[in-house]
Design a protein around this ligand. Structure first.
Ligand SMILES: Cc1ncc(COP(=O)(O)O)c(C=O)c1O
Length: 452
């Protein structure tokens, strides 16, 4: 795996940090040339806590959650927001999710364990995954989770068996693939027919699955789920999926005389990774989605179901940043300039995985214009190890503090220990105070599970 060739015609944008618009967290400001978030000097923080370090603007995080709840509830009486914890998870964010009144989506036993460890109410947990293990199902059912989103016939049987052993009836959804194409990267499209997730509507497969679920003991089918993909800018596919799903609810009512009362339309709203990106706002998303569900229900004379959405990225990505220290710089004439940082694909795999875009700045030179085009490479033993490809940056020197914006989603949760790299800590920044909510891993942590 190597990097795509640098675009040598690309020109620096000469923007300073505060010109970066939507990618900036809410409380970003520049004081005496330095970038502050939550009233905290990121350069000082990086130098005292060490880098690489994930930092979050706590006010931004809370406001984004609040914005989702308000936007949906103002459009739709019976709406709930479920935070997709795969985007970013630690105990502190679970606490905030609870305080802000959101439900929680978990896709693995470890995510559920994290939620339960801080007494997040199990009844508000939605369990996802295309191949939940028997152990994970046992843990979920014995904890009393609210809904299990069943993804296959094998799983339906497993849930039924385990719920029976516990003497309970487990409330479930079925995950449906609505056959809707979203305009996003191939790797994060999930609603099309060729997907490992859920039951396809093609050839009556999903309808048959509903029939099976309705007659399976120890489970109660209360609703349907779909998720068409992630980082989606155009809202039309969401509306299309909503219409398809309501039409399917109507078909189920006709076929089985069953009126399912809940509809979870997944996550997927895109965010700005680049300053010029123009994602829909949460308000626009809510208006469009609630409108599409209400219209479709009206057309089918179907009672309005409880409506749920499951955002991950759009709740946390722009609240988060990663701080690094510049270790070395290599100018390769006619090829590119490498600025090497003390992290890389171990803390941000998205760039190596699908050449994701990010906006960087130098936190200690935040008022200076970004006058060169660089590749921020990592410290790992892979040629494709990069955090930022071909983006403008201020004139960098060894020891500068790099801040990469919009890394709040799918960075920390996808981190690895490649090359024995301890995973970064996480700091929440608010009111001039930095709280380390996850400490940096130690070398001892890395090999604590080994025996000789
Ligand atoms: C089932 C499900 N729900 C919600 C999400 C969250 O998506 P996003 O982070 O794009 O909002 C995902 C992520 O892929 C998912 O698989």
């Amino acid at each position: 795996m190597s990097l795509p060739a640098s675009d040598l015609s690309k020109q620096p944008d000469h923007r300073t940090t505060m010109d970066l618009g939507l990618v900036l967290p809410e409380t970003a400001e520049v004081r005496d040339g330095r970038l502050f978030v939550g009233g905290v000097d990121l350069t000082d923080l990086a130098r005292t806590e060490g880098t690489a370090l994930y930092v979050f603007d706590e006010q931004h995080l809370r406001h984004q959650m609040e914005a989702y709840v308000t936007a949906f509830r103002s459009q739709y009486l019976n709406a709930d927001i479920i935070y997709a914890s795969k985007a970013f998870l630690n105990k502190a964010v679970v606490r905030i999710v609870e305080e802000e009144g959101l439900c929680l989506d978990v896709s693995g036993g470890g995510e559920l364990a994290c939620a339960l460890s801080v007494d997040y109410p199990a009844a508000r947990v939605f369990v996802h995954g295309n191949n939940k293990t028997p152990r994970e199902l046992e843990e979920a059912i014995s904890a009393g989770v609210g809904r299990i989103v069943v993804d296959s016939f094998d799983e339906l049987d497993r849930v039924s068996k385990i719920a029976g052993e516990h003497g309970i009836t487990q409330e479930i959804y079925l995950r449906i693939t609505p056959g809707v194409e979203a305009d996003t990267h191939e790797y994060i499209k999930t609603g099309c027919e060729d997907s490992k997730f859920g039951f396809t509507m093609k050839d009556g497969f999903a309808l048959a699955a509903v029939g099976r679920a309705l007659s399976t003991p120890n489970v109660h089918l209360v609703g349907l789920h779909c998720h068409i993909g992630s980082q989606i800018f155009k809202l039309d596919p969401f509306a299309e999926a909503a219409q398809v799903m309501v039409a399917f609810l109507d078909q189920i009512r006709t076929e089985y005389s069953a009126t399912l009362g809940e509809l979870d339309l997944g996550g997927g709203l895109g965010i700005a990774y680049l300053t010029d990106d123009q994602p829909a706002s949460v308000q626009e998303f809510a208006q469009m989605l609630c409108g599409a569900v209400k219209d479709a229900c009206g057309r089918h004379d179907f009672p309005l179901p409880r409506l749920l959405v499951e955002p991950g990225r759009s709740l946390v990505a722009n609240a988060g940043m990663t701080l690094y220290t510049v270790g070395t710089i290599k100018e390769l004439p006619g090829i590119r300039t490498f600025v090497a940082v003390d992290g890389g694909m171990s803390d941000n795999i998205r760039t190596a995985l699908y050449h994701a875009d990010y906006e960087p700045t130098l936190a200690n030179k935040a008022d200076q214009p970004r006058t060169q085009i660089v590749t921020l490479c990592g410290k790992h033993c892979e040629s494709g190890d990069a955090v930022v490809l071909d983006m403008p940056l201020q004139e960098a020197e060894v020891g500068d503090i790099v801040c990469v914006f919009s890394t709040g989603a799918y960075n920390q949760t996808m981190a690895s220990n490649y090359n024995g790299q301890p995973r970064p800590g996480v700091a929440f920044l608010r009111d001039g105070h930095a709280k380390m909510v996850t400490r940096r891993e130690t070398y001892e942590d890395l090999y604590a599970r080994d025996t000789l």
